[in-house]
Write a protein that binds this ligand. Structure first.
Ligand code: MTE
Ligand code: MO
Length: 422
């Protein structure tokens, strides 16, 4: 447990420098990213809890990536924008304009999407290792998958211990359609993976900021080899358009059912490796551990997502301007690593539950599904919650699992919305 004299937020800042590096402080990591004063509120930095504190820019000064809807976001940092509950809609897919953004490193220069087909991917750990251009990858096959993209820290705001990192509510998530070539097809085209390979490892192509050690800063993640070889894609298209720069264009590793950190943007290298990456982001970062503990390789890493749902409407302004009587509640539900089967809604803090209806097309096991529940409610304040169950019978728990970085929150109670009817 942390030294009780140190406030929890400061403790976690000391614990997690950079992407989890033991070598430099987070403040130093942020300074070396060179993003200026606003960057105080950068990845994993607990100062975001007081966005107007000394040295930080007011959130409204944080500039959204081009084409993002200004109304749709909560602005956490220059590289982190959260979708508001009200902005998700009910069509099942989140368009670019309203899809959250989370980058650990500054976005590459836009010149990388000027010649998309010229993007180069190094492939290692196969019989015939070589570098392929995106143009060549496009000759190896195409597959499409609808999948939830969700940050490990989505729901962090509800952890009471002051978990370091952006204080995401529900909106560090979205469901999108990806198209690209299966990782398996690339491996087969190059003669198959090396015997002894146990992991599929992807490396992000961002420049490492000057003064930072590569392993401290690089976004490099390993997933089990078999996951890579079943349904992972190298995607160049999102929602029917060339993959936008902030979402990893020209090329991104997509691992359906896994947390966002594994969906490596600007994919520069794909390797089939015997060991997990030694990058801090894999070795000690994104590790699930008790509050006050440091990240370490033996702890569970943020791979598969679990079943989750939340209500999107009524929320925000809509949650206070409604009249007593019929109310149509809607939200989203997904199973994570497997399909979602059902969703229930409660208006009495979980004493009783009513079945909600899944609406719209079923876009497969990794997509989320909008749900809707029509009810009649009297005047007064109502706490609304939803609870999803996946096809394996796992149900969203009432309580979150406390952990140092505030990862993997699926608590139905935490995600409640308060509705005031007059
Ligand atoms: N190369 C690279 N890939 C990355 C990141 C990054 O900073 N660089 N951030 C990761 C994290 S923590 C998340 S949650 C998702 C966010 O994806 P998005 O910005 O497209 O929403 O990308 C992941 N992949
Ligand atoms: Mo993330």
């Amino acid at each position: 447990m942390p030294d009780p004299v140190i406030p929890p937020a400061r403790w976690s800042r000391r614990q997690e420098a950079g992407a989890g590096s033991p070598h430099i402080s987070r403040r130093e990591f942020v300074r070396r990213l060179g993003l200026g004063a606003a960057a105080i509120a950068i990845p994993g930095c607990s100062e975001v809890q007081s966005p107007l504190g000394p040295g930080t820019s007011p959130p409204e000064e944080l500039v959204l990536p081009a084409g993002k809807d200004p109304e749709a976001f909560i602005r956490h940092s220059p590289l982190e924008f959260e979708t508001r509950r009200e902005a998700f809609g009910t069509s099942g897919i989140v368009p670019y304009e309203r899809l959250f953004v989370r980058s650990n490193l500054p976005t590459p220069d836009a010149s990388v999407v000027e010649d998309r087909d010229g993007w180069q991917l190094a492939v290692d750990g196969v019989r015939n290792p070589r570098t392929l251009t995106l143009r060549e990858l496009k000759t190896l096959g195409v597959e499409t998958v609808a999948a939830v993209l969700q940050c490990s820290g989505n729901g962090r705001i509800f952890f009471p211990h002051g978990a370091g990192g952006s204080q995401w509510g529900v909106g560090a998530a979205g469901c999108v359609v990806w198209s690209g070539v299966p990782v398996r097809s690339v491996a087969e085209a190059l003669g198959g993976v090396d015997p002894g390979a146990r992991f599929t490892t992807g490396t992000g192509g961002e420049a490492i900021p000057a003064g930072l050690d590569r392993d401290d800063a690089v976004v490099e993640r390993s997933i089990p080899l078999e996951k890579g070889m079943t349904d992972a894609l190298l995607a160049w298209e999102m929602n029917g358009e060339p993959l936008p720069l902030v979402h990893g264009g020209p090329l991104r590793l997509v691992v359906p059912g896994y947390f966002g950190i594994n969906q490596v943007k600007y994919l520069a290298r794909l390797a089939f490796t015997r060991r997990e990456s030694a990058a801090a982001i894999m070795r000690t970062g994104y590790r699930l551990r008790a509050v006050g503990e440091e990240g370490a390789p033996g702890q569970p890493t943020m791979w598969e997502m679990s079943v989750k749902s939340w209500i999107n409407h009524p929320s925000g302004a809509d949650a206070t301007v409604q009249r007593a009587g019929p109310v149509v509640v809607h939200g989203v539900a997904f199973g994570g690593a497997r399909a979602v089967r059902r969703v229930e809604v409660s208006v009495n803090r979980g004493r009783s539950w009513d079945e909600a209806r899944l609406v719209g097309p079923d876009l497969g096991p990794y997509a989320w599904r909008p749900f809707v529940a029509a009810m009649t409610l009297p005047a007064g304040r109502h706490l609304l919650v939803s609870r999803a169950t996946d096809v394996a019978g796992n149900t969203q728990p009432r309580d979150r699992v406390e952990n140092e970085r505030g990862y993997g929150n699926t608590s139905w109670r935490d995600h409640a919305v308060m509705l005031t009817l007059s």
